[in-house]
Write a protein that binds this ligand. Structure first.
Ligand code: SF4
Ligand code: SF4
Length: 469
C-alpha cells in the first residue's frame, strides 16, 4: 500500500497505534460529528439494517418464525424455510459461499462491509454515537465535559445518556435472544418467573452487560484488537483493491493556507478535518491502515473542505493504489477472477441443492447382513430399514404400499409418524410368494403416502432364492 511519507519521523505512525498514548495508556477518541453525502447514505442504509435486525424476529408465517438461527438446538429457519442438522451440506455450503463472497468483496472493494454493514459499526456510529452527540454535543464539548468537574449539568446529561445506553443494550440483547430462540420464547423469558427460565434470564443480563461494555467502553478496540476480519486485510487487499484512499499525487506537498504566503502546490491544506472525524483516530493520509474501517467519514470531511477552498471533491475517495499512482482504471485481477469462479460454482451448487430439496426425505436400505428369510406358506421376505427426515413444521404420518407386485408390506412396530424437523427410523418386511419371484433380484416399487396422498415412489430391490424351474 502507499507510503507517502519518506521522512523517518513522519513514518512514526507505523510504530504505534493511534488509540494508545506513548506511555501505553488508552487514548480517548472524540470523533467529530461527520456531515456529508456518505454519512447521509450510511444513515439511511443503517435504518434498513436496524429495521431488518429488530423486525425479523417479530415476523411469523403460519405461527412459525420467518427467521430463526437457533445454534443451540441446531434449528434454522431462513425466510420461512426450516433447516436442520439434516441440511448440513446446504448450511455448510452456504457458510463457505458467504465467506468466499466476503473475501472476494474485500479483494475488490476493501473493507466496506466494516464501515457500512457490520453491526459493531452500525450500532456504534449510527446509534450510540448519535445519542452521545445529542446529549453531550460535538467532540469538543464532549472532551470539555469529560475534563470538567461533576456538576448538575454534567451529571444530568451523563445519567440520561447512560440510561438510554442501558435500555438500548437490553433491547439488543433481547433481539439477539429472539433470533436464537424465537420471539415467543423470549416473551416467556420476560414474563414468566425467573426460576422457570434461569439460563434465559442469565443470558439476557449477560448479553446486555456485554453490549453495554462494547458500545460504551470498548468501542474501536473491538475493530482494532478483536475482529479477525480486520486482521485479514493485509492478505486480502492488493494494489488493485478499492479502499478509502488519500490521493497523495494530487494532495502532496501539503501545507496550510496562510495569508500573503505562498503555500505548497498540493491540494491538501493540512487542516486535519479528515483526522478529526475518524472514529479510529488515524490519519488516512498515511496510507491504508489496519485501523481503517472504511466508514467514509474522512471523505465527507475532506469533500467539505475542498468545496470551501474551491477545489474538486475526491482528494480522499474510494480508489485503489494503482488508480491513484498510475491513473489505472478498475480491472479484474486473476485472483479476483479465480474467487469469482469459485463463488459461482458454490452458488450454483447451493441453488441446485435448495431447489431439489424435498420437504420429506426418504432413504430405504435392506437390513445389512441379511439376504432373505423363508416364511411359512412358501413365502420369502426381505427386511428393510427406512429413514424419514421431515423438513416441515408439521407432524407427518406416513403409510407404505407395495405398488408393482402382489405381496405384503408389514411395518415392524407402531404406525409411522415423524415429528416436525425430526428424523425417524422404521423397519418393515416385504413378503412375497415364492412363485412370484422370477429372478434373484426383484425390482420393487414402494409408494409413500401422507395425508394429502402419494408423495414419493421409492425403487428398491428384493433378493430372493433362485427361481423355481
Ligand atoms: S480513515 Fe476514514 S474511512 Fe478509515 S476509519 Fe478513519 S474516517 Fe473512517
Ligand atoms: S481533510 Fe483533506 S485537506 Fe484537510 S488534511 Fe485531510 S486530506 Fe488534507
Amino acid at each position: 500500500m502507499s507510503n507517502i511519507n519518506t521522512q523517518p519521523e513522519k513514518d512514526s505512525f507505523r510504530d504505534h497505534i493511534a488509540i494508545i498514548t506513548d506511555d501505553g495508556k488508552r487514548k480517548d477518541i472524540y470523533p467529530k460529528k461527520p456531515k456529508g453525502r456518505f454519512y447521509n447514505a450510511r444513515t439511511i442504509f443503517s435504518i434498513f439494517l436496524l429495521a431488518f435486525l429488530f423486525g425479523m424476529p417479530l415476523i411469523k408465517i403460519n405461527g412459525h418464525p420467518f427467521m430463526l438461527i437457533n445454534i443451540l438446538e441446531r434449528k434454522f429457519i431462513l425466510f420461512g424455510a426450516a433447516f436442520g442438522t439434516h441440511d448440513f451440506f446446504i448450511l455448510a455450503l452456504g457458510l463457505i459461499a458467504f465467506i468466499v463472497s466476503i473475501i472476494l468483496f474485500t479483494a475488490i472493494f476493501g473493507r466496506v462491509f466494516c464501515g457500512w454493514a457490520c453491526p459493531q459499526t452500525v450500532f456504534l456510529e449510527m446509534v450510540f454515537r448519535k445519542i452521545e452527540f445529542l446529549f453531550e454535543g460535538d467532540y469538543f464539548n464532549q472532551k470539555k465535559m469529560n475534563m470538567a468537574p461533576w456538576g448538575l449539568s454534567k451529571t444530568t446529561r451523563k445519567l440520561a445518556k447512560w440510561s438510554i445506553f442501558v435500555i438500548i443494550s437490553v433491547l439488543i440483547s433481547n433481539t439477539l435472544i429472539a433470533w436464537v430462540v424465537g420471539i415467543d420464547e423470549l416473551v416467556k423469558i420476560i414474563t414468566d418467573p425467573v426460576s422457570k427460565h434461569l439460563w434465559g434470564f442469565i443470558s439476557m443480563i449477560g448479553f446486555s452487560g456485554l453490549f453495554y461494555f462494547i458500545f460504551v467502553y470498548f468501542r474501536e478496540y473491538a475493530c482494532i484488537y478483536v475482529c479477525p476480519y480486520g486482521r485479514l486485510q493485509g492478505v486480502l487487499l492488493d494494489q488493485n483493491s478499492t479502499v478509502i484512499a488519500y490521493d497523495y499525487i494530487r494532495g502532496e506537498p501539503r501545507g496550510r493556507i496562510k495569508k500573503k504566503e505562498t503555500r505548497p502546490s498540493g491540494d491538501c491544506i493540512d487542516c486535519s478535518a479528515c483526522v478529526a472525524v475518524c472514529p479510529t483516530g488515524i490519519d488516512i493520509r498515511n496510507g491504508t491502515q489496519l485501523e481503517c474501517v472504511n466508514c467514509t467519514a474522512c471523505i465527507d470531511a475532506c469533500d467539505n473542505i475542498m468545496e470551501k477552498v474551491g477545489k474538486p471533491r475526491g482528494l480522499i475517495r474510494f480508489a485503489s493504489e494503482n488508480n491513484i499512482r498510475n491513473k489505472a482504471k478498475f480491472k479484474f485481477t486473476a485472483r479476483e477472477i479465480a474467487y469469482s469462479a469459485v463463488l459461482l460454482i458454490l452458488f450454483g451448487l447451493l441453488t441446485y441443492l435448495i431447489s431439489t430439496r424435498k420437504p420429506i426425505d426418504v432413504t430405504i436400505l435392506r437390513a445389512p447382513g441379511m439376504i432373505f428369510q423363508e416364511q411359512p406358506d412358501n413365502k420369502i421376505s426381505n427386511l428393510y430399514t427406512m429413514k424419514l427426515t421431515n423438513k416441515t413444521f408439521n407432524d407427518v404420518p406416513v403409510s407404505l404400499k407395495l405398488e408393482n407386485l402382489n405381496g405384503e408390506l408389514k411395518i415392524i412396530g407402531n404406525d409411522i409418524k415423524v415429528g416436525p424437523n425430526d428424523v425417524s427410523e422404521t423397519k418393515f418386511l416385504v413378503i412375497i410368494e415364492r412363485n412370484e419371484i422370477k429372478t434373484m433380484n426383484v425390482p420393487l416399487e414402494i409408494g409413500l403416502y401422507n395425508e394429502s396422498g402419494k408423495f414419493e415412489t421409492k425403487k428398491i430391490n428384493f433378493l430372493g432364492p433362485p427361481p423355481q424351474k
